[in-house]
Design a protein around this ligand. Structure first.
Ligand code: 5RP
Length: 219
């Protein structure tokens, strides 16, 4: 089974976590896109979805799924389904490879349960091999880059990329993240940081990991 087929399998497996009659949160990326397609097959069972990016909102509408603004939803979303760039054994994640980290973090925070859908290539001992994205207010970019260097990171501006929120992304290389919660909080305190791609303070509740032999559920 190749990586694309594994993404398909894990996306289909996540349908089991969809709570009928509710509004769910939907993530961004190639694995989330496969989930959106699969969700189309049971669209009549849900009220609709909150999207974590403009691209996801378009994908959901293409499937005939109603897209809600989070501000128009009273209470929490039943479940949030999204991919990740890396995960560790405690279900901490690095996200934001697709640049949607801020809205992803908002929708995850608004959800009762976070189901992370990945293939086995995303599993790591320590987060940090995948460059850590930080969404920054453009005028603060160089200030934040200097602070990140002090922490041992090598920030690289994601050239030609503007987020759905009108901001820029610094991808931070060379980090070996031994304290994901601490680093998440520390980076988020730097003035000008919108958020960073560590999902440790609100990690996944369940990781569904596709392998060539099937989908493994990590709870
Ligand atoms: C987008 C994300 C994605 O979840 C992450 O990049 C994984 O993407 P893919 O499923 O394409 O590997 O965080 O901002």
């Amino acid at each position: 089974m190749n990586q694309d087929e594994m993404k398909q399998k894990v996306a289909e497996a996540a349908l089991e976590y969809v709570v009928p009659g509710t509004i769910i949160g939907v993530g961004t990326g190639s694995t989330a896109n496969k989930f959106i397609e699969a969700l189309g097959s049971i669209k009549d069972q849900i009220k609709g979805a909150v999207a974590s990016s403009e691209a996801t909102a378009r994908g959901l509408r293409d499937q005939g799924i109603k897209v809600f603004d989070l501000n128009d939803v009273s209470g929490t979303l039943s479940v949030y389904v999204d991919g990740a760039d890396e995960f560790d054994e405690e279900k901490n994640l690095t996200k934001g490879g697709g640049g949607a980290l801020t809205r992803e973090k908002i929708v995850a925070a608004a959800s009762d349960k976070f189901i992370c859908i990945v293939d086995e290539t995303k599993k790591v001992g320590f987060l940090g091999d995948f460059p850590l994205p930080i969404e920054v207010i453009p005028m603060s970019r160089e200030l934040i880059a200097r602070e990140v260097v002090k922490l041992g990171g090598r920030p690289v501006l994601r050239e030609g990329f503007i987020t759905d929120n009108g901001n820029e992304i610094l991808d931070v290389h060379d980090l070996r993240i031994t304290d994901p919660k601490g680093l998440e909080a520390q980076l988020n305190h730097l003035p000008g940081v919108v958020t960073n791609g560590l999902f440790a303070l609100r990690c996944a509740d369940v990781v569904l990991m596709a392998t060539p032999n099937g989908v493994v559920c990590i709870e």
